[in-house]
Design a protein around this ligand. Structure first.
Ligand code: MEV
Length: 425
């Protein structure tokens, strides 16, 4: 992979950008050709879901300037919202001088849950399960020989007791399963379903639900970046005022769930864009992120912002990241395959580390704007362009009409239509 710093990228047309991205990733434009059409043929879509009537597309952009664990990476981002790709790219550029993003991941362990009902003695059932733990893990391990061959498989078993509930007492078994480079839902759900009869024989109870938990708190990815204080200064804002403004914004989210929800949404703007581009399950990622943000019993920020001994801004982001690079849409969807190819990721952890770095960059972009000039100025330019396109403008008319609407501070479809008529005369 060449550099991810592609200056003037935004000035190229889409074909030229695709060629340049391919060249920098040592690929051919054909490797990424799926993106030109959205990638998914109707035939393939028919095999993915039911009642198919077509395909639905999103814009796909490239996040630039990312340096993750010392490796340059061009990041494919599928998202409909303006400013996200530009914001993340700009912040990734600011992070480069201090080495970009440092990211780490735990083992790719998912949790499968089995709910056991109709137990006369919860403690006794729990102890019996621990006594049979070795054989239960051995059975779970034999279910997926391919996963086992690649170093995955059952790792541990925990029993959680719920003494009093609306349906009386019950226990929940957590099967801890290392899913390596898969997202893991299939492997874990299969293991839980297959283990159920053995659990019933050991406990004398009835296994009810058998399903993976999306609170993937044993599959955590962490990213960190440092922005030199002098690089935070712009226009009339000093580096110190921007840094302190970002820290104050973060503290707001740390103490107030109403703000934390919005700040985390900004993080997910970056995270989901890459999760979607790679064909991963973004509902699972969203569920895991927000549940993890509530783990103390109070919903809070997923990221932290502070300063180091030099006074530089330091940001961290820690969240569950259950993504895969094998199985499901990651392999079936040609656009997702191209996305993985562009990033050159060899493991699911490597993908997770890029995604969390993008989330952190995106969070910084939002906080920097909010702590200074506000987000509307940046948003308005792209919003005005969208309105101009919706009014029928094409080519250089888009720029002309959006510039006029911004100058007039009136970004409305009827105004764009009247300007289009006027300029076409
Ligand atoms: C908008 O999509 C995301 C932001 O609201 C995030 C934030 O407030 O931190 C700008």
């Amino acid at each position: 992979m060449g550099t991810s710093r592609l200056s003037g990228f935004y000035k190229l047309n889409a074909d030229e950008r695709l060629s340049q991205a391919a060249e920098n990733a040592n690929l051919t434009p054909d490797d990424l050709a799926a993106w030109k059409t959205g990638g998914l043929e109707l035939d393939a879509a028919e095999h993915m879901i039911e009642n198919v009537v077509g395909v639905h597309s999103l814009p796909l952009g490239i996040g630039l300037n990312f340096l993750v664990n010392g490796r340059d990476v061009l990041v494919p981002m599928a998202i409909e919202e303006p400013s996200v790709v530009a914001g993340a790219s700009f912040m990734a550029k600011l992070a480069r001088s201090s080495g970009g993003f440092q990211a780490t991941s735990s083992s790719p362990e998912m949790i499968g849950q089995m709910q056991v009902l109709d137990l006369p003695n919860l403690q006794e059932a729990s102890l019996k399960l621990y006594e049979h733990k070795a054989e239960l893990l051995a059975s779970a391990d034999s279910i997926d020989p391919v996963l086992k061959k690649f170093g995955g498989g059952a790792r541990d078993l925990e029993v959680h007791i719920f003494e009093d509930s609306a349906i009386g007492g019950f226990i929940v078994i957590h099967l801890i399963y290392d899913v390596r480079d898969a997202m893991g839902a299939n492997a874990v759900n299969t293991a839980c379903e297959r283990l159920a009869p053995q659990v019933e024989a050991i406990t004398g109870g009835r296994v009810h639900l058998r399903i993976l938990s999306n609170l993937a708190d044993r599959r955590i990815t962490r990213a960190r970046c440092t922005i030199p204080i002098q690089d935070l200064a712009f226009d009339q804002y000093t580096g110190e005022s921007v840094r302190d403004g970002i820290i104050a914004a973060y503290v707001f989210a740390a103490v107030d769930p109403y703000r934390a929800a919005t700040q985390n949404k900004g993080i997910m703007n970056g995270v989901d864009a890459v999760v979607i581009a790679t064909g991963n399950d973004w509902r699972a990622i969203e569920a895991g992120a927000h549940a993890y943000a509530s783990r103390s019993g109070r919903y809070t920020s997923l990221s932290t912002w502070g300063k180091n001994a030099n006074g530089d801004l330091v940001g961290t982001l820690e969240m569950p990241m259950a993504v895969g690079i094998i199985g499901g849409a990651t392999r079936v969807h040609p656009a997702a395959r191209a996305a993985l190819k562009l990033m050159g990721v060899k493991t699911a952890s490597e993908l997770a580390e890029i995604i969390v770095s993008v989330g952190l960059a995106q969070n910084l972009a939002a906080l920097r704007a909010l702590a200074t000039e506000g987000i509307q100025r940046g948003h308005m330019t792209l919003h005005a362009r969208q309105v101009a396109v919706a009014a029928g403008a094409r080519g250089d008319m888009i720029e002309k009409i959006s510039a006029r609407m911004i100058a007039e501070k009136t970004i409305r479809i009827d105004r764009a239509e009247s300007l289009l008529k006027e300029l076409m005369k």
